[in-house]
Structures are given as structure tokens and as C-alpha cells.
Design a protein around this ligand. Structure first.
Ligand code: GDP
Length: 365
């Protein structure tokens, strides 16, 4: 599961990506490896781990992680092969969701590719490149479905669906705003459209405007909000430059820095949390003396598959999961107390895991 960072040149993508890689390098307890230069791995902020650590005094704390891919180089005309256009578009194809960085700061020193700061135009420019690329894919898919329909009429419905999709895209609208039922959505499995990917806007503000939350930051930010609303997308205010600095600090200094700015959490942390959520991911927790740890699963995952995240043996030999919700555990103060109150449950293979379940697996080896 990966998020791709996109946006026009000079909007602050690399600055934000640096913040991500710095933050990753700061999380000492996780074996962060450099996979590729444009892939950054960061810890998903989770205060529950600290609380559990107070209870268990573990040797190590291991957070969940999420991957960001820096997809630089998307420019106007990319879908027509401008710049290294098609190469960048193929990188977007490989991510599960998009973080669209939008320039919302004025700075005469930093050139804007289109000569002025204008979030609406910038968002449209990027969106259109994705849409143009999708139109080509959809046209090919229509041809294929029509040919197949000569042998088997069931492909007619498919051709018809993609024709409607093409009409929607041709009007400059993203595939994500095209209403689809489950069956139609399934047709996109082998035609993954770029403009269908879920998106978060990261509004890159100046340091001064970032401090102006009470007044809605600035007019650029308001514009991004307006556009995001039409797509049901979230907007996260960040100041990439500050994030880059904060990400180098250890937890204590970071908190001091944020307090000075009057912020509860960093923009990067908010972005990571929003990204995790956008990907449909949740965490269950394991806690003991050796380790307190968060494990990533997709919403709707059942017990044996959740167990399989730890080890395939856990899934194969799954017997049951002993579970107490994080809130109940904290309220009771210990597993023993939770057991006494009847809040410690034994769940079988059909149990759907919930975010914050604190779990012990029973399995056959
Ligand atoms: P990219 O081309 O989108 O990757 O943009 P960069 O991250 O390289 O940023 C372009 C320029 O904008 C650099 O000189 C950054 O230092 C500057 N920059 C990035 N974020 C901010 C910000 O939040 N405020 C200001 N004033 N400058 C920024």
C-alpha cells in the first residue's frame, strides 16, 4: 500500500518528501531500509503505543508504517509525452492513492511554472493530465470490449460502461467522481484509472499563514477546500519547509517546536494519518514485555488473515484470538482487570478485526 506524491514543479514536493524520509530515519526502533531513492517509509503516529508502553515497559515499540513515493516531474502535457510524461504517469499507476501537493504560498524568489500562484488552475492542470491518460486507456478498453462482444454479447454492457466513462472524462471530470455500482467498479480492476485513485490535497502554506488557522489560513487554501469538497477529498494544511525542519528533531524537541507554533500535531503527522485512513487501513495492537507493536490490516480483515500478518503459521494454525479493545484495556488498567469485567473476549475465525483491538493469538504449530 503506497501513496504517491504528485504536483506541479516548485510546489514543495521534494521538501515534503525530505520531511518524510527524515521522519523515517528518526524512528530508531524500526528497521527502516532505503528501498529506492524515491520511496520513503514513515511511522504512523499512534499515541496508543505510548500508553501501552507505560503499562508494559517493553524492550521495544514498533509502530505501523506507510510508504510514500515521490513522483516528481509531472508537467502540463505529460500525457502527450512532455518531459518524461508517460514514465511519471506509469509511476502513478502503481500507487494506491495520491497526495496532491498544491502551492498555497507566495514567494517571488520561487518561480511558478505558470507564472503565478493559482491553486484552482494547478489542480486542474494535474487532474487533466491524469484524465487525458485515462481517456486513452478507456478508448482501448472500449475497442477491446466491442470486439469481444461480437463473440459474446455480455461484453456489450462493458463497452457501454466505458463509453459512459469516456464521456465523463471528456468533460474534464475525474473518474473518481463517476458514480459506479460494485459490478462496474470491478470492471476497473484490470483498467486501473489514474483519476479514479483516492486523493488527499496537501496545501503547502507559508510559515506565517500556517499559524493563521483561526482565519482559515489564506485565500489559496480556501480555494483548495472548495475544490476538495466537490470530490469529497480531505485537505491537509502543511508548511513543507517547517515539516522538513521538524522531522529532524527527536520527539521531545518536536513537541516543544509544535507548542511554540501553537500546533497539536505536525502537518506531516496529520498527512500520514489521513493517508493511512484513505488507504482503508487500520491497526491492531500486540503488547508484551518484549514488544508493543501496531500491525497494519485492511478494514474488514478477519481474524486468521490478521494473524497471518504476524506469521503465516499463525494463519495456518489459527485457533482463536483473545481480544480486548484498547479503550477497555486502558479503562481497566490491566488484562487481568479486563478479564474480571468480562471485557476480554475469545473470538473465532469469522471475527472481523477492529481498529485498536489488543490481541493475543492462540494457534497450533
Ligand atoms: P518541487 O519541485 O515540487 O519538488 O518543489 P521543492 O520542494 O523543490 O520546492 C521548490 C522551492 O520552494 C524550494 O526552494 C523550497 O525551498 C521552496 N518551498 C517549499 N516549501 C515551501 C514553503 O512551505 N514555503 C516557502 N516559502 N517555500 C517553500
Amino acid at each position: 500500500m503506497k501513496l504517491g506524491i504528485v504536483g506541479l514543479p516548485n510546489v514543495g514536493k521534494s521538501t515534503l518528501f525530505n520531511a518524510i524520509t527524515n521522519a523515517g530515519a528518526q524512528s530508531a526502533n524500526y528497521p527502516f531500509c532505503t528501498i529506492e531513492p524515491n520511496v520513503g517509509v514513515v511511522a504512523v503516529p499512534d499515541r496508543r503505543l505510548d500508553k501501552l508502553a507505560e503499562m508494559y515497559q517493553p524492550e521495544k515499540i514498533t509502530p505501523a508504517v506507510i510508504e510514500f513515493v515521490d513522483i516528481a516531474g509531472l508537467v502540463r502535457g505529460a500525457s502527450k509525452g512532455e518531459g518524461l510524461g508517460n514514465k511519471f504517469l506509469s509511476h502513478i499507476r502503481e500507487v494506491d492513492a495520491i497526495v496532491h501537493v498544491v502551492r498555497c504560498f507566495d514567494d517571488g524568489e520561487i518561480i511558478h511554472v505558470d507564472g503565478s500562484v493559482d491553486p484552482a488552475r494547478d489542480i486542474e492542470t494535474i487532474d487533466l493530465e491524469l484524465i487525458f491518460s485515462d481517456m486513452e486507456m478507456v478508448e482501448r478498453r472500449i475497442d477491446r470490449a466491442k470486439k469481444a462482444a461480437k463473440g459474446d454479447k455480455k461484453f456489450l454492457a462493458e463497452a457501454e460502461f466505458f463509453e459512459r466513462m469516456l464521456e465523463h472524462l471528456s468533460a474534464g471530470r475525474s473518474a473518481r467522481s463517476f458514480p459506479m455500482n460494485e459490478e462496474e467498479r470491478a470492471l476497473l480492476h484490470d483498467t486501473p484509472l489514474l483519476s479514479a485513485k483516492p486523493v488527499i490535497f496537501a496545501a503547502n502554506l507559508s510559515e506565517a499563514d500556517l499559524a493563521n488557522a483561526a482565519n482559515g489560513y489564506n485565500a489559496y487554501y480556501q480555494k483548495v477546500m472548495e475544490i476538495a469538497k466537490t470530490e469529497n477529498a480531505q485537505v491537509i494544511p502543511v508548511c513543507a519547509k517547517i515539516e522538513e525542519e521538524i522531522a529532524e528533531l527527536d520527539d521531545e524537541d518536536k513537541q516543544m517546536f509544535l507548542d511554540e507554533l501553537g500546533l497539536r500535531e505536525s502537518g506531516l503527522d496529520r498527512l500520514i494519518t489521513a493517508g493511512y485512513d484513505l488507504l482503508g487501513l487500520i491497526s491492531y495492537l500486540t503488547a508484551g514485555k518484549p514488544e508493543v507493536r501496531a500491525w497494519t490490516i485492511e478494514k474488514g480483515t478477519k481474524a486468521p488473515q490478521a494473524a497471518g500478518k504476524i506469521h503465516s503459521d499463525f494463519e495456518r494454525g489459527f485457533i482463536r484470538a483473545e481480544i480486548v479493545s484498547y479503550d477497555d484495556l486502558i479503562a481497566c488498567g490491566s488484562i487481568a482487570a479486563a478479564k474480571e469485567k468480562g471485557l476480554y473476549r475469545s473470538e473465532g475465525k469469522d471475527y472481523v478485526f477492529q481498529d485498536g483491538d489488543v490481541v493475543l493469538f492462540r494457534f497450533n504449530v
